[in-house]
Design a protein around this ligand. Structure first.
Ligand code: NI
Length: 229
């Protein structure tokens, strides 16, 4: 499932984060790419231990913890610290798949179930820079408003098209979900969305209320069966 999550960061947060990011020390993105990805990767990144990366990363993760759409769709267990990239002057990132296991500085290994890209530049500030994600139903092109984020399965092949005008500034990171299977996670998300709609629909109808409680029970019992921690 590919899901766009609007307004993860508010406009004021976006502009404050951008100031910090734009003043940071940018390096060649090949430094953090695997052997194969390095051949097709052409962008700049901020080193993970840079204060701006740490501060903006914390802002993003804090915002996500209170985002109901994100929490319901991702069912996150562990996060990798957000990283930051910038593309300009024709830079691009050719087709690749993200590495499956990443290691935190403390040695903890995290399986990448979901990939996240949060946009910091408005779409009209640059030409190109679409994130193209190959889905079961074909390729999907993603270029979102500043503050919006796309969530997609880390199993997907994807690429970033050349940025031919202006600069594309994004955060990207991965998470391990409590639900490893994209299919099972999508079922739980659909069920949760339907339950929320039912619960908000007819608050005084006892019959709907009982059904809603029953469905909520089914949701939690499925989660209990499938969740890995
Ligand atoms: Ni990637």
């Amino acid at each position: 499932m590919i899901l766009c999550i609007p307004s993860v960061l508010a406009p004021l947060e976006v502009s404050e984060c951008r100031k910090l990011l734009e003043a940071a020390a940018w390096q060649d993105g090949k430094n953090t790419a695997g052997y194969q990805a390095a051949k097709v990767k052409d962008n700049f990144q901020i080193p993970g231990n840079h204060p701006a990366a740490i501060q903006v990363g914390e802002t993003i993760l804090k915002a996500l913890q209170t985002n109901p759409l994100f929490m319901s769709a991702a069912l996150p267990l562990h996060f990798l610290p957000p990283m930051f990239n910038r593309y300009s002057g024709g830079q691009q990132f050719g087709t690749h798949v993200d590495g499956s296991i990443r290691t935190l500085p403390n040695g903890q290994r995290i399986r990448t179930d979901l990939s996240c890209t949060l946009f910091f530049a408005e779409p009209d500030e640059y030409d190109g820079g679409e994130l193209i994600i190959e889905d079961t139903y074909g390729a999907k092109s993603v270029k979102l408003a500043a503050g919006d984020m796309v969530l997609y399965p880390s199993t997907s092949l994807h690429h970033v098209t050349p940025v031919t005008r202006g600069a594309r500034l994004c955060s990207f990171f991965w998470l391990q979900s409590m639900i490893r299977s994209d299919e099972k996670r999508s079922l739980l998300f659909d069920m949760d969305v339907a339950i929320q709609r039912l619960a908000g629909g007819l608050p005084d109808d006892t019959l709907v209320s009982e059904s809603t409680v029953q469905l909520t029970g089914v949701y939690h019992n499925l989660l209990r069966q499938w969740a890995e921690m």
